[in-house]
Design a protein around this ligand. Structure first.
Ligand code: HEC
Ligand code: HEC
Ligand code: HEC
Ligand code: HEC
Length: 210
């Protein structure tokens, strides 16, 4: 080995050592960078379970949770007309007739005034099992859970109802509660309240001095 090739070998060795060192340093800092990030995301996952961030749920999750929450909601009995339930008493022997029409043989008091241009009886009642209502998905719902049916289209009202801001909730603030069903106040077939007629103003009694 002559002097110049010796010099080249040393330079090469130094270059290799240097680049190894640089690589090590780079790898180390990359590791360091990855470490805490990993921990942070793990902590987020963990903490997320206890206190979910406000926007960590997919949109639409809230009405769903309200619906599920209401699963155990104690409600007043459905306000049926006497003797009408079970509906199957008559309907077992009747062929379902989904035609939009004026009812003449029975239920003549029912006139649909509830988005009636788009809806008819079997959007809420169930062909083949009149004793149940059903959701848009087809899932059967008992008459004691009719608020779930209403909540499909009146979501904010269902949420307010559950929170005791709409309708009527009685019972203990921190304990058992009871709710009036939507249909205890709203006729499902014609839910709009009729405007109240204002009473005449009071008349001043004649024997009172002006
Ligand atoms: C928006 C949903 C909806 C539609 C549409 C609907 N109903 Fe109902 N209906 C209900 C609900 C909810 C009740 C339960 C009320 C209760 O719990 O007492 C009910 C109750 C009834 C009852 C029992 C009434 C009573 O006097 O106790 C009859 C009968 C009835 N519906 C027939 C019909 C007919 C006929 C149609 C079509 C012209 C119709 N419904 C359309 C939701 C609906
Ligand atoms: C006393 C018998 C009787 C009872 C009880 C009864 N229905 Fe009916 N229902 C009828 C008859 C009869 C018709 C057909 C009316 C017509 O075509 O004019 C009818 C029609 C209907 C219709 C219109 C759709 C169709 O297939 O004709 C719906 C919806 C309905 N009933 C729902 C109910 C519900 C809900 C209940 C229970 C809450 C109930 N009915 C209880 C006798 C009854
Ligand atoms: C499929 C959707 C749908 C379902 C299910 C539904 N509604 Fe409605 N509801 C509407 C629409 C649309 C309107 C507005 C048009 C109208 O008044 O006819 C309305 C109007 C109303 C109104 C009148 C609002 C006002 O401006 O005064 C009330 C109250 C109401 N619904 C209550 C209920 C109750 C109670 C139920 C359950 C028995 C229910 N709704 C189920 C769609 C729905
Ligand atoms: C204790 C009686 C009561 C109960 C229970 C009740 N409501 Fe109401 N609701 C009212 C009154 C009163 C109004 C106001 C009517 C008005 O201003 O004309 C109203 C108004 C509404 C309106 C019209 C829009 C608004 O918010 O002003 C909708 C829709 C409605 N209710 C849906 C529901 C649904 C869905 C439920 C069940 C989850 C329900 N209500 C339960 C009494 C009740």
């Amino acid at each position: 080995m002559n002097a110049s090739s010796k010099k080249l070998a040393v330079t090469l060795a130094a270059a290799v050592l240097l680049s190894l060192g640089v690589f090590r340093f780079w790898a180390f800092s990359a590791e360091e960078k990855e470490g805490p990030e990993k921990e942070a995301s793990a902590a987020e996952e963990d903490g997320g379970k206890k206190t979910p961030a406000p926007d960590s749920k997919p949109p639409g999750a809230q009405p769903q949770s309200v619906m599920e929450d209401a699963e155990a909601t104690p409600v007043a009995p459905p306000p049926f007309s006497p003797g009408i339930f079970p509906c199957s008493g008559c309907h077992e022997d009747l062929d379902p007739n989904p035609t939009v029409r004026t009812l003449k043989r029975k239920h003549t008091n029912i006139v649909l005034e509830h988005d009636e241009k788009n809806r008819w009886c079997y959007d809420c009642h169930t062909q083949g099992n009149m004793d149940k209502l059903h959701l848009a998905s087809g899932k059967p719902v008992d008459f004691s859970e009719s608020y779930k049916l209403c909540g499909q289209c009146h979501g904010p009202t269902l949420r307010d109802w559950k929170a005791g801001e709409h309708g009527k909730r009685t019972g203990s603030w921190s304990g058992a509660k009871q709710y009036l069903l939507c249909v205890n106040c709203h006729n499902p077939h014609s839910p709009k309240f009729q405007p109240l007629k204002p009473l005449p103003p009071p008349v001043r009694p004649k024997d009172l001095r002006p």
